[in-house]
Design a protein around this ligand. Structure first.
Ligand code: ATP
Ligand code: BTN
Length: 260
């Protein structure tokens, strides 16, 4: 993967601009800086390797060279409507591109894509504010493509895998995969406010109808049946006492409940 091969692969898309790096700290940091300098809508920062790739709360995102897709999209939303659905839009786009490869992705709400119950991709959405208004959004996506991109087990709190391991053969070139993700993204973006997006997101939620445990911050975990999504993309659970609970976005970790 290099700047030429990427430019060629993405030439038919109407992107705002492309910055390619052989190695970078974090594509999200570069995209946040570019957005603040006035990057156009749908500009992309992509790197072959990240040395400071990050997930939520600055947790580390492992991105060794030559093996993963790590990129950040800059969006300049025309309105504030439905922006809370952005992580779902990104997750559906990655999921669609996995399905094209014959895989069966699940979305572990809010920001991870699982294959065979293992984490293959993660999303980190960050906002650039202009006073009370959203100036731009940076959507970071990390996808484990080749098996070398799967982190060693001791770095993980949740099992991980790669497209290569799940396909059982060499995956397509990363240029092809990002093209497929961006095509799906452009498709779903025009439907950001549609019920169809929530329905498609809900249909592939991991643990749907199962007992899950949600850890938010350092508080006591909530346990309940995963019922589905609210219209803003929040998660709806049914506690054992029958009470319905809405879990909003934030630093929330979802796990299958341990049945005692
Ligand atoms: P989880 O539910 O897996 O704890 P999370 O979504 O709450 O994840 P994040 O901060 O979003 O946590 O993700 C960062 C975590 O992902 C890291 O702490 C690490 O365990 C794991 N991780 C890091 N790099 C990769 C990777 N390339 N593939 C899969 N998992 C990774
Ligand atoms: C998660 O924690 O699951 C989200 C991980 C997001 C990783 C991507 S890789 C491209 C972009 N740059 C970063 O530093 N993080 C995101």
């Amino acid at each position: 993967m290099n700047k030429n091969s990427l430019n060629k692969a993405l030439s038919k898309l109407n992107i705002g601009g492309l910055r390619y790096f052989d190695s970078i700290g974090s594509t999200n940091d570069e995209a946040l800086a570019w957005a603040a300098e006035g990057a156009k809508d749908l500009s992309i920062v992509i790197a072959d390797e990240q040395t400071q790739g990050r997930g939520r709360l600055n947790r580390k995102w492992y991105t060794p060279k030559d093996s993963a897709l790590a990129f950040s999209l800059i969006l300049r939303p025309a309105s504030r409507s439905h922006l809370s659905r952005t992580v779902g839009l990104a997750a559906l786009s990655i999921a669609d591109s996995c399905r094209v490869l014959g895989l069966a992705p699940r979305i572990k709400w809010p920001n991870d894509i699982l294959l065979n119950g293992k984490k293959t991709a993660g999303i980190l959405v960050e906002t650039v504010w202009s006073g009370e208004d959203v100036d731009s959004l940076v959507i970071g996506m990390g996808i484990n493509v080749r098996k070398e991109s799967t982190p060693p087990e001791d770095l993980l709190q949740f099992p991980a895998t790669s497209l290569e391991d799940e396909l059982g053969k060499a995956p397509p070139a990363r240029e092809e995969i990002i093209l497929s993700i961006l095509n799906a993204f452009i498709h779903w973006r025009t439907r950001l406010g549609a019920d169809e997006l929530i329905k498609a997101w809900e249909e592939i939620l991991a643990f749907h109808g199962e007992q899950v445990q949600v850890q938010a911050g350092t508080g006591n975990p909530i346990t309940g049946e995963l019922l589905g999504l609210e219209s803003d993309g929040s998660l709806r659970l049914n506690e054992v006492n029958g009470k319905s609970i809405i879990v909003r976005f934030g630093d929330v970790s979802l796990r299958p409940a341990v049945i005692k």
